[in-house]
Design a protein around this ligand. Structure first.
Ligand SMILES: [Zn+2]
Length: 288
């Protein structure tokens, strides 16, 4: 059975901490480097439901995409949600490790997993990492569908292939527009609009698109279609990829690790009611 320090060395090789953004907080939150590791659970969010799931799974290590503490703290008292997560980790001998923007930038990374879930072939990064001589690392991915499809077909495919959330999938643009090149970026992607435009793609799938950036981007002549999925749903496929990557490392070393992917939906939005277009259009009141 490998020690935590050995498993962390393997994780750092997959998602080097040096690839993380400067503002990020990646790496190990808690854990004894000498502790033996036999089961590893991967999840997007280090929330209490996932922390409890790790205990139920018998995991010794929980690897999440999102940091528990992005900014500094002066307390891990258990009367805060984050402190309670730390307490339950230590009491139950479950280490917690974070791979965030380093996993976004890595090759393969979060957006490769997203593209894979959508059945897209990755052509290259949307924002290449200039330090990568192979031109494969970076933010987002430019992709091609296996066969040409319309925006309506791709939107339906995203709803079918990505894990279900209350939000579902929203899209802007002509539903019949043909898509031959599609950019994807797991997580909040509206800061990448300039890169998406420069890439000349037909569509951009990401999450957390806000009214003004989306509205302005959609108004530009020749604007790519925008497809907005739930943040959690765009990053969850990485958990499966990450588990597969660690499985391969475990096999190489003869570690016998068992990896698990959290089935808990941790997108914060839990309800959705679609508006009825007839009601919206027939309303005689002035919009607020
Ligand atoms: Zn995220």
């Amino acid at each position: 059975m490998p020690r935590l320090s050995e498993v962390l060395t393997a994780l750092d090789a997959l998602w080097p901490r040096s690839l993380a953004e400067q503002w990020d907080a990646v790496g190990t939150v808690c854990g004894d480097p000498d502790a033996g590791i036999s089961r590893v659970l991967f999840a997007v969010d280090p929330v209490q439901e996932v922390a409890d799931e790790a205990i139920r799974t018998g995991a010794d290590l929980l690897v999440t995409h999102h940091p528990l503490y992005l900014r500094g703290t002066t307390t891990v008292a258990a009367d805060t949600f984050k402190g309670r997560v730390v307490h339950s980790r230590i009491k139950n001998d479950v280490a917690l490790h974070v791979a965030h923007t380093n996993a976004d930038r890595a090759d393969p990374g979060v957006s490769d997993a997203l593209a894979g879930a959508l059945g897209l072939r990755v052509v290259g990064p949307l924002v290449p990492d200039p330090a990568d001589p192979h031109g494969r690392r970076g933010l987002g991915r430019i992709c091609e569908p296996a066969h040409p499809m319309t925006l309506a077909e791709f939107t339906a495919l995203a709803a079918e292939r990505l894990p279900a959330t209350a939000q579902g999938i929203r899209a802007t643009g002509d539903p019949e527009a043909p898509l031959t090149r599609i950019a994807v970026s797991g997580g909040s992607g509206d800061s990448l609009f300039d890169d998406v435009r420069a890439a000349g793609v037909d569509a951009f799938l990401t999450a957390d698109l806000r009214h003004h950036p989306a509205s302005e981007a959609a108004q530009r002549p020749g604007a790519p279609a925008l497809i907005d999925a739930a943040h959690w749903a765009t990053e969850w496929p990485w958990c499966e990829l990450a588990a597969t990557q660690l499985d391969a490392v475990s096999e190489r070393h003869g570690w016998g690790l068992r990896t698990f992917v959290s089935a808990t939906v941790t997108d914060p939005w839990t309800a959705h009611a679609a508006s009825s277009p007839s009601v919206t259009h027939e309303s005689s009141g002035a919009p607020n």
